[in-house]
Write a protein that binds this ligand. Structure first.
Ligand code: 15L
Length: 264
C-alpha cells in the first residue's frame, strides 16, 4: 500500500481528511504546524514543525509516495505571512519531495486563484488566472511552482482548486462552489490511485447543478463527484444572502471586497 503524508492535518480540511484516511486504513503520516497532534488511533504517525525547515520536511516525506499538502495560510492575510507560509514553505516542500523521491503531490489550490471572474462566466481548466487577493495570487504561484517541479524534476502534482469545502452549503454562493466531504475523499482516493497524472489542475467541486467550473480535460484522474448542492437549495435560498453586492458579482465572493478600490 502507498505511504501517504498529510500536511496541515490540524486545519479545518486537514482534520476531516486525516480522520477519513485513518478510517480507511491508509498508511498515513500526519503533520501539524506548531501544536503536537494527538494520535487518533494507536500507532498513528504524527509530527509537527515548521515546513520552512528542511529537516522538518524530510521527517514528513521520508519513504512517502504521495503528499497531500493542505498546510499554509488559507484565507486573505497580510503579504509577509502569505510569503512565508505559501511561497517559502512551498519551495521547501517541493525541494523535500524531490530529495525524498516523493512521486506525487496533491496541492491545495483555491478558487481564489480565479476569484475575479464574474459569476456569469463558466470556466474550463485552462482559463487565465484572475486572483482576488494575495492569497489567491499565492495559489497561482503555487500552481506554477508545481508545474516547474513536474517539468524539471518529474514530481507529479494534482493542483485542486478547492471551492467551498464545508459539510453542507449554507449560502447561495455555495450552490455553485460546494465541494462535499464525500466528494473530497473520493477525489483524494483518485489522487492516490490514478496512474501517471503528470501535472494536472482540477476544480475541487461537487456535481453542483449551478457549478461555474468544468472539469473536462482531467478525465485521466477518474474523479466523478456525486454530491450536488442543489439538494440544499430551497433551505439556503430561504435565508438572507450574507454576501454584499460586490461579493455576489464575482466568483471569489467575500474575498473580492478586501482592499477593493474601484468605483464601478
Ligand atoms: C478558500 O480558499 C478558503 O480556504 C476557505 O476558507 C473558503 O473561503 C473557500 O475558499 C471559499 O471560497 O469558499
Amino acid at each position: 500500500m502507498k505511504k501517504i503524508a498529510l500536511s496541515g492535518a490540524a486545519g479545518q480540511l486537514g482534520s476531516v481528511v486525516r480522520a477519513a484516511l485513518i478510517a480507511r486504513g491508509v498508511p498515513l503520516r500526519s503533520a501539524a504546524g506548531s501544536k503536537p497532534l494527538v494520535p487518533l488511533v494507536a500507532g498513528e504517525e504524527v509530527m509537527h514543525g515548521d515546513l520552512r525547515d528542511s529537516a522538518v520536511v524530510d521527517r514528513l516525506l521520508e519513504d512517502v509516495d504521495v503528499l497531500i499538502h493542505f498546510a499554509g495560510t488559507s484565507v486573505e492575510r497580510p503579504l509577509p505571512e502569505i510569503i512565508e507560509n505559501n511561497l517559502r514553505a512551498l519551495v521547501e516542500v517541493y525541494e523535500g519531495a524531490r530529495r525524498n523521491g516523493v512521486r506525487r503531490v496533491v496541492f491545495a489550490s483555491s478558487n481564489h486563484a480565479i476569484g475575479m471572474y464574474p459569476v456569469a462566466d463558466r470556466l474550463g481548466l485552462t482559463c487565465e488566472p484572475r486572483p482576488d487577493g494575495f492569497y489567491g495570487l499565492s495559489k497561482v504561484w503555487g500552481e506554477a511552482l508545481a508545474r516547474m517541479y513536474w517539468d524539471k524534476h518529474g514530481v507529479e502534482t494534482i493542483c485542486v482548486r478547492i471551492g467551498s469545502c464545508v459539510e453542507r452549503p449554507t449560502e447561495p454562493r455555495h450552490l455553485s462552489t460546494w465541494f462535499g466531504h464525500a466528494d473530497l475523499m473520493h477525489f483524494l482516493d483518485r489522487c492516490i490511485e490514478a496512474e501517471d497524472v503528470g501535472f494536472l489542475v482540477v476544480w475541487g467541486v461537487s456535481a453542483n447543478k449551478r457549478s461555474w467550473w468544468d472539469n473536462r480535460g482531467a478525465e485521466r484522474l477518474g474523479f466523478r463527484p456525486t454530491q450536488d448542492a442543489e439538494v440544499y437549495a430551497a433551505q439556503v435560498l430561504s435565508r438572507p444572502n450574507p454576501l454584499d453586492a460586490l461579493g455576489q458579482r464575482f466568483q471569489g465572493g467575500s474575498f473580492v471586497g478586501i482592499n477593493y478600490s474601484r468605483d464601478d
